[in-house]
Design a protein around this ligand. Structure first.
Ligand SMILES: *[C@@H]1O[C@H](CO)[C@@H](O)[C@H](O)[C@H]1NC(C)=O
Ligand SMILES: *[C@@H]1O[C@H](CO)[C@@H](O)[C@H](O)[C@H]1NC(C)=O
Length: 203
């Protein structure tokens, strides 16, 4: 009786823990097939280049696998090489605390057939190596499945983003300074010319 009681208690407790802490990555089923347009090793420019993401249900799974699938959230995720020594990008088993996939690309209602979405790499995406992951949420908005463009070791099909916003900002500053200087210079020369003209009239 006591053993049965403690088993029941521990099962209840684990449900409670699961309910409080939400989904863990290893509890998700890898049922989506996800591909993206960048070639392995390609370097994309922030603010300019586009990524086309394609996803669908892997139809080797039995019918009904996706009966509670409601939404798909596509995210840009840091590859291990860009997570090293950066606690703020660390992978955590508990999805609420996981920092691997910080850049949201799009959220769409789930559909098992082929879906595509084209996204322009945003300027606030830092220079790093990335892959793409899709999370499937159920009707309770809890993660239940996923798919990604890389393998389970996050070693294949990685691409890079080169943030160029910094360069643009300094170019912008330089061009503003240059225009301000040319306006000042223009007026300067204008007055100099006028003074010269007056001086020559007097003499
Ligand atoms: C990315 O998509 C935008 C909007 O569709 C387009 O204007 C732009 O030319 C595309 N960029 C490249 C590099 O193809
Ligand atoms: C579909 O899932 C099966 C079983 O997990 C896997 O072996 C197969 O590689 C997957 N297909 C694709 C295209 O990812």
């Amino acid at each position: 009786m006591a053993i049965q009681g403690s088993i029941v208690a521990s099962i209840l407790l684990s449900y409670l823990v699961a309910a409080c802490y939400g989904a863990t990555f290893s509890s998700l089923q890898n049922t989506l097939v996800v591909t993206a347009s960048p070639q392995a090793g390609q370097v994309l420019k922030g603010g300019e280049d586009n990524i086309t993401v394609t996803w669908s249900l892997n139809n080797t799974f039995p019918a009904g696998t996706d009966s509670d699938y409601k939404t798909v959230k596509i995210k840009l995720c840091y590859a291990p090489i860009s997570q090293q020594d950066r606690a703020w990008r660390k992978t955590e088993e508990e999805l609420k605390r996981d920092k691997t996939c910080q850049h949201k690309i799009v959220a769409k209602p789930y559909s098992p057939s082929t879906n595509t979405f084209t996204w322009t790499v945003q300027r606030d995406v830092p220079t790093a190596t990335y892959f793409i992951r899709a999370y499937v949420h159920n009707s309770a908005d809890k993660e239940v499945a996923f798919g990604q463009t890389t393998d389970s070791h996050k070693a294949t099909n990685l691409f890079e983003v080169q943030a160029i916003s910094g360069r643009h900002v300094s170019l912008d500053i330089a061009s503003v300074c240059f225009s301000a200087f040319s306006v000042v210079a223009l007026f300067g020369f204008f007055f100099l010319e006028k003074r010269k003209a007056k001086a020559s009239q007097k003499s």
